[in-house]
Design a protein around this ligand. Structure first.
Ligand SMILES: Nc1ncnc2c1ncn2[C@@H]1O[C@H](COP(=O)(O)OP(=O)(O)OP(=O)(O)O)[C@@H](O)[C@H]1O
Ligand SMILES: [Mg+2]
Length: 321
């Protein structure tokens, strides 16, 4: 069991609405609605706590609608170290129609006072001793700069605590400049960083290896059903996802990141960790929510996950699956 901190700077209450079909501009009747405390770092924490780790969650949380978050943290056994900010945490609505169309309406997040950001840095510094990893996940509230995100990475790296980063756009570019130990972009996020499309797995591999050479030790590139590339200090493995029927891909990337961290912190051989994390992410897309390693056919999903080396075929004989 490891001590891990996850940071979510822009959490959300997720409002899931199911409806036959939406008629815009009219009164509609929904089939069901539910609301959950969400945010990428919280999803990662959920998976890691389920795997037996001692997990603290922090970031920025609005006081006006914090009740559901606090209840969720208690239910999951997560230590609550969120900095409170005035106002409401944003609400993200996800509208699912019977035909399968999903429409997301994501809020920007509240304005964050400068003193709350200072408090977050202080909170991070006070939590770092004894931590085995920090995960920083998700988008930034509108007035939090990418440079601020980079400074959080710096603070943890200065104390030699590994930092794993999962964000996008300018925040990803700035965060990578602070040399996190690990990063988990999806294909599109990595392409935005690279400045050109990464349509093939060879192109994704080259971008991942470039990040390795720039000092990011672990680069995990997820490409949905096409699977995962894990480049570690210039040595890359590829995982092919098992085939599953997709219900919801929300939280798949968070599940993958948590599974990868679990393998690394458990000292598992790389193939074992990548297989576990890829199978767990595939498990997560079969239902709403994060992946569950206790599901009945999880061993089978792991057996169906094929691992290959992309950089050392001669040594491994090509297939590790
Ligand atoms: N259709 C699918 N079939 C099988 N596995 C999948 C599928 N979609 C996603 N996965 C698994 O989940 C992992 C992460 O998915 P994806 O690449 O979509 O992450 P992401 O875009 O970061 O997601 P998120 O919305 O959680 O940020 C993939 O690498 C794969 O292992
Ligand atoms: Mg993602």
């Amino acid at each position: 069991m490891a001590r891990i901190l996850t940071l979510t700077l822009n959490p959300a209450l997720d409002l899931a609405i199911r409806i036959g079909s939406i008629r815009l501009g009219e009164v509609n009747r929904t089939e069901s609605t539910r609301i959950d405390a969400a945010g990428k770092g919280i999803n990662v924490a959920r998976v890691l706590a389920g795997l037996g780790h001692d997990v603290t969650v922090s970031g920025l949380l609005g006081t006006d609608n914090e009740t559901l978050f606090v209840r969720t943290f208690t239910e999951l056994g997560l230590h609550d170290a969120f900095i409170r900010v005035p106002g409401e945490t944003r609400i993200n609505a996800k509208l699912s129609e019977t035909g399968g169309r999903v429409t997301d309406l994501n809020g920007p997040g509240p304005m964050i006072p400068a003193h709350a950001l200072d408090a977050l840095t202080e909170r991070l510094e006070s939590l770092l001793p004894g931590l085995e990893a920090v995960v920083i996940s998700g988008s930034l509230p509108p007035n939090v700069t990418p440079a601020k995100l980079a400074s959080l990475v710096f603070v943890a790296r200065a104390r030699r605590v590994p930092v794993w980063l999962d964000t996008s756009g300018a925040a990803l570019v700035a965060g990578l400049g602070a040399r996190p130990s690990g990063v988990k972009p999806n294909e599109k996020e990595l392409a935005d960083w690279a400045g050109h499309p990464l349509d093939t797995s060879e192109a994704r591999l080259q971008a991942a290896l470039r990040l390795n050479s720039e000092g990011v030790e672990d680069v995990i590139v997820s490409a949905g059903a096409e699977g995962v590339i894990w480049a570690q200090r210039g040595d890359a493995l590829m995982a092919e996802s098992p085939r599953v029927s997709v219900v919801s891909t929300v939280g798949a990337g968070d599940t993958l990141l948590a599974g990868m961290l679990h393998g690394v912190l458990s000292g598992w051989p790389r193939e074992q960790g990548l297989r576990f994390a890829t199978a767990l992410a595939a498990e997560s897309v079969r239902h709403i929510g994060v992946g569950d390693p206790r599901t009945a056919d999880f061993e089978q999903l792991q057996r169906q996950t094929i691992i290959r080396s992309l950089t050392s075929d001669a040594r491994t004989g090509g297939s590790l699956g």
